[in-house]
Design a protein around this ligand. Structure first.
Ligand SMILES: C[S@@+](CC[C@H](N)C(=O)[O-])C[C@H]1O[C@@H](n2cnc3c(N)ncnc32)[C@H](O)[C@@H]1O
Length: 254
């Protein structure tokens, strides 16, 4: 959201809310399928910027594929989790709009579940600056697969709060334009096997929940808990499979 718009303060508060849920985030959010990451950055070992790296869910997949990772995120508590898990990674506090990296210092830049928080024009200028010639920008989102009936019911329960959030073709288009890039899309998926309590804990890491006051958060998570306790596909289950669609967009700069 451009900084001059009336909701800019609420937007800023929401995008900086992740620090308050860092530990739960690392434990309860899904990571990314290796085929989507290979699509974004290829299989040759590269130096990759993980922008909006958070607790390192995408960082871990990049490291496992043999890449060197530089992680940047504005939320120090998220990076503290990342450093514990991946001490070999250089993790720096910073914003997409003011990257704390030298010119031409990375081969590729990726953002997992994060590019919708960036201001596309200034972020694209920064990405162009830090990328080596021919570098790619990879944007990837996991979205709950609501074609599965209980996940659809969960989506409807969250809809009012979550509206306008997450994967957004508009974000991809804005970055494609701002980077003057060519865009390619790859679809994959990932499944989390979780207890119903862990499903609720994962919902609690969403920015729109982190922003609620304590009473509203308790009520809201209580509704989610009640849904899982009564839906025929989840009631009395110790573990449930929570499926996600993964949409990966590779933006190749000229
Ligand atoms: C939903 S989390 C995703 C974290 C991680 N990439 C993952 O896949 O789990 C979004 C992250 O974007 C970060 N973020 C928000 N605004 C940002 C900005 N302007 N520049 C860089 N990162 C930002 C947040 O601090 C948060 O860690």
């Amino acid at each position: 959201m451009p900084s001059g718009e009336p909701d800019a303060d609420a937007w800023r508060q929401r995008r900086t809310s992740f620090g308050s849920v860092a530990a739960g985030y690392a434990a309860h959010r899904p990571d990314y399928p290796p085929d989507a990451v290979a699509f974004l950055v290829g299989e040759r070992s590269l130096r990759v910027l993980d922008l909006g790296a958070g607790t390192g869910l995408l960082t871990g997949v990049l490291l496992a594929a043999g890449h060197e990772v530089v992680a940047v995120d504005p939320a120090e508590p998220m990076l503290a989790e990342l450093r514990v898990r991946y001490p070999e990674v250089t993790a720096q506090v910073g914003d997409a709009e003011a990257l704390p990296l030298p010119d031409g210092s990375v081969d590729a830049a990726v953002a997992g579940q994060a590019a919708h928080w960036f201001d596309p024009e200034p972020a694209a200028r920064q990405l162009r600056r830090v990328l080596r010639p021919g570098g790619v920008v990879g944007l990837v989102w996991n979205t709950r697969d609501e074609e599965v009936p209980w996940v659809g019911a969960l989506g409807r329960a969250l809809a009012d709060e979550a509206r306008g959030h997450e994967a957004d073709r508009g974000v991809v288009e804005a970055f494609t334009r701002a980077l003057d890039a060519r865009v390619e899309h790859f679809r994959s998926g990932v499944v989390q096997r979780l207890s119903p309590q862990q499903v609720v804990a994962g919902i609690a890491t969403r920015s729109y929940v982190a922003m609620m006051d304590d009473a509203r958060r308790k009520e809201f998570l209580g509704e989610v808990r009640a849904l899982l306790a009564t839906h025929p596909d989840t009631r009395n289950r110790d573990l449930v499979d929570l499926p996600y669609r993964t949409d990966a967009y590779r933006l190749t700069t000229a």
